[in-house]
Design a protein around this ligand. Structure first.
Ligand code: NAD
Length: 493
């Protein structure tokens, strides 16, 4: 196994290219901005600030690739190109993992075991779907036949966040490309490097120029130019609820393009006193909030515990938090790295300060400086959290857990559903009827029972309410990137 020194040596030997990739080439832009690593507190690269001109060029290039090459290639050729891209992700795994770790701070052990192999596997899943999903021939009167096919929509604008830089991009690219669309991808300004490298690997894999363009820059400029573009046919966005709402406006203010949103969450984890193994439930509860520094849209950030076991369960979760190894993410022993940047760290620290005024701090709460970066926040647990406090209702997107106790099943359901979000929820109980009853009553895209944050690439992922709409992963994701087209033929009977 590689040591921290090995990873640091590899990282220092790397060169970082922050130039956008448009129509198969790296481009230079008038303006650039520094990509600061939360691991080293230093700039990794100057990254292109793509303006209207570059976004126009990228869209024109993706339109040409859609019209002339990618959507016209045989399904077999598209399938092998995507499989090849998946292989290239694996053969460049260490480099891609390092790019994500240095850009946003996740532990190298997670990037190498989850993000990179997961991205490759998801691409393979959609590559295989290309020749396995067929249309329909519905019943019609004699002398008529109606062929109903799913056809690609054209140019997809994909705007993604920084918490899983490569994997969030792949969640969009897999189904969009498999369906025959071309894509203009905008990674988050905090984590552009793996997407830019992916665009080069896509060319190497045989995807025609323009099939995947990667434009970098700020949300308010580059992201808005994508949202408002009149020659983009569908927008797929993952990010905050606030920005998700902008995308709906962008569509209405331009060409009424389709919009699919995967947004925020404040997912509840309900622990009933009849849970068979409270130790195990506590281990999962800690993982459900502290994994990936708590920067997970479906993080179980509200822990609802039945009053009779609340004190004991809080202690068990605190014991789990104590086992977390906060440190430099290039150390394979590290289980929690820095937050993505100083802005986000300051935001989370503000939530902790406000939590300290309204609730009781049970663990953590400090901001730390490690190896020159002050982007580290201890795993933090608040107990006796009042329902009306901001730490009970706002998405913090950091390692902060709010524990709330309840007395009855009905009260637990009511607290859980009292949120603008509806992404995920978890339930712990040994009572089968309760498991079904509570899961039915929870308004969430995925309810995990006696586990947390259950996820599979063949299972739809997404939320209700202001967590968004449309589903990522599974064959259902293909629906977002295709339209139903009917060809109705009347013939002599
Ligand atoms: P964000 O909304 O700030 O940014 C997401 C993307 O949108 C980035 O690429 C950003 O540049 C762009 N953007 C920002 N402002 C924009 C604007 N005005 N116009 C156009 N584009 C704009 O989110 P973030 O901070 O990168 O990520 C955290 C958020 O993402 C959290 O709310 C989290 O819950 C959510 N998220 C959701 C899922 C999910 O599947 N539901 C997954 C991961 C993250």
């Amino acid at each position: 196994m590689k040591t921290r020194e090995d990873w640091e040596k590899s990282a220092s030997a790397m060169t970082f290219d922050g130039r956008a990739v448009i129509n198969g080439v790296r481009v230079t832009t008038e303006n650039t901005s520094a990509d600061i690593s939360p691991v080293t507190a230093k700039s990794l690269a100057e990254v292109s600030e793509c303006g209207q001109r570059e976004v126009d060029q990228a869209v024109a290039s993706s339109r040409a690739a859609f019209d002339n090459s990618w959507s016209r290639m045989s399904p077999g050729s598209r399938k092998s190109a995507l499989h090849k891209l998946s292989e290239l992700i694996l053969s460049n795994a260490d480099e891609l993992a390092l790019l994500d770790v240095l850009d946003m701070g996740k532990p190298i052990s997670d990037a190498t075991t989850i993000d990179i192999p997961g991205s490759a596997a998801i691409l393979n899943f959609y590559a295989e779907a290309i020749d396995k999903v067929s249309g329909e021939i519905p019943v019609t009167d004699p002398g008529n036949v109606a062929l109903v096919r799913r056809v690609p929509l054209g140019v997809v604008g994909a705007v993604v966040p920084w918490n899983y830089p490569l994997e969030m991009a792949i969640w969009k690219l897999g189904p969009a490309l498999a369906a025959g669309n071309t894509v203009v991808l905008k990674p988050a300004e905090q984590s552009p490097l793996s997407s830019l490298r992916l665009a080069e690997l896509a060319l190497e894999a045989g995807l025609p120029e323009g099939t995947l363009n990667v434009v970098t820059g700020q949300g308010e400029t580059t992201g808005a130019a994508i949202g408002l573009h009149n020659d983009i046919d569908v927008l797929t966005f993952t990010g905050s609820t606030q920005v998700g709402k902008y995308f709906m406006k962008y569509s209405g203010n331009s060409n009424m393009k389709q919009v699919w949103l995967e947004c925020g969450g404040k997912s509840p984890n309900l622990v009933f006193a009849d849970t068979t193994n409270l130790e195990e439930a506590a281990e999962f509860a800690a993982r459900a909030i502290f994994f990936n520094q708590g920067e997970v849209c479906s993080a179980n950030s509200r822990l609802l515990v039945e009053k009779s076991v609340a004190e004991k369960f809080t202690e068990l979760v605190v014991n789990q938090a104590k086992k977390i190894k906060l440190g430099n993410p290039l150390d394979p022993e590290t289980t929690m790295g820095p937050l993505v940047d100083r802005n986000q760290t300051g935001r989370v620290a503000d939530f902790i300060a406000s939590g300290s005024d309204s609730a009781q701090l049970a663990h953590g709460g400090s901001r730390l400086t490690i190896d020159g970066s002050d982007c580290y926040i201890e795993p933090t647990i608040f107990k006796n959290v009042p329902l009306q406090s901001s730490i009970a209702s706002d998405e913090i997107f950091g390692p902060v857990l709010s524990i709330i106790s309840f007395e009855t099943e009905a009260e637990a359901i009511s607290i859980a559903n009292n949120s603008i979000y509806g992404l995920a929820a978890s339930v712990w109980t040994s009572n089968l009827s309760r498991a079904h009853r509570v899961s039915d009553a929870l308004h969430a895209g995925t309810v995990s029972v006696n586990t947390v944050d259950a996820l599979g690439m063949n299972i739809p992922f997404g939320g209700f309410k202001q967590s968004g709409f449309g589903r990522d992963l599974s064959l259902h994701a293909l629906d977002k990137f295709t339209g139903l087209k009917t060809t109705w033929i009347r013939y002599e009977n």
